[in-house]
Design a protein around this ligand. Sequence first.
Ligand SMILES: NC(=O)c1ccc[n+]([C@@H]2O[C@H](COP(=O)([O-])OP(=O)(O)OC[C@H]3O[C@@H](n4cnc5c(N)ncnc54)[C@H](O)[C@@H]3O)[C@@H](O)[C@H]2O)c1
Length: 269
Amino acid sequence: MNNEKFLENRTVLITGAGSGFGREMAKGFAQKGADLVLNDINLKGIEETREIILKSVKSDILLVKADISKVDEVKEMSKQTFSRFDNVFILVNNAGVRGVGKRASSFSLSAKETEYDRIMDVNLKGAWNMTKIFHKKMKNQSYRPIAGKIINITSCAGTECGANPLIGIYSVSKAGLIMFTKLWALELGANNITVNAICPGIFFTPIYESREFIKEWIKLRKVSLPIDRVGETTDVAGVALFLASPAADYITGHNLILDGGMTCSINKL
Ligand SMILES: NC(=O)c1ccc[n+]([C@@H]2O[C@H](COP(=O)([O-])OP(=O)(O)OC[C@H]3O[C@@H](n4cnc5c(N)ncnc54)[C@H](O)[C@@H]3O)[C@@H](O)[C@H]2O)c1
C-alpha cells in the first residue's frame, strides 16, 4: 500500500474499536487520512485508541459509547455521527463476543439461553442494526464510483470447516454474518455500496482469555498452519485498508479468508 491518503475527507466508523482488530484498523484508516467514529461499549478502550492515534496522525475523532445490539443506541450513534460528519464512507462491523471460555459450556446444546442471545445479539443482530440504520445515508453519498463500503469481520469459525464444539454458537453467528455479507452486497449493489467480509483464522487478541485456550484449540483440531504463525492484528488492518482502497472498488459479496492457510489444512474432529 502506497502513501496515498485515499481516505481524506471521508469518515470511517468502526464498532468495537476499543481493542484488538478494531483499534488496529482505526490506526490504519487514520494514517490514510480518514476521520473516525470509534464505537465500543467500553469507553476507556476507545479513549485509549484515540490517544494512540493522535500521537502520530491528525484525525477528527468522535467517540460513541453504545451497545450495537440495542437499536435505540445505534440510532443515537447515527444521530451523533451525522451531526459531526457529513458521511460514513466506510462502516466496519467489527464488534463481537466469543461467548464463554470454559470448554463444556461452549457446547451449543448445553449453552444457556442468555448466552445464545448475547452472542447472536452482538455478532449478528448488532451488525444488522448498524447496516440497517447507516446504509440509508451511505447510499445517498455522492462519492463515485463507490458511494460507500461495508466491511464485516466474520471468522473461519463460520465457514464450512469451522464447526467446533469449543466455539459453539459463535460459529453460527459468524456463518450468519457471512451470509449477510452476500445478501447486503446484492441489496446494496445498485446503490454503489460494496459489502465484503474479512474472515480471520487464529489471532491473539483480548477476545481470548488466554494463549493457553488457543493452544488447546489448535491441539484439539490438529490444526496445521501452512504459514506457521498465529496472525497479528496488523494483518487484518492491512486487508481492511485494501478493501477500503480504490483497488477493491469492484469487489463485493466476498468473504476474504485470512488464516495462513488454516482452512485448507484443517482436519475434521
Ligand atoms: N481474535 C481472533 O482470533 C478472531 C478471529 C476471527 C474473528 N474475530 C472477530 O474479530 C472481531 C474483533 O475481535 P477482537 O479479536 O479484536 O476482540 P476484542 O475483544 O479485542 O475486541 C472486540 C471489541 O468489541 C467490543 N464490543 C463487544 N460487544 C460490543 C457491543 N455490544 N457493542 C459495541 N462494542 C462491543 C468489546 O468491548 C471489544 O472492545 C470480532 O467480531 C471477533 O469475533 C476475531
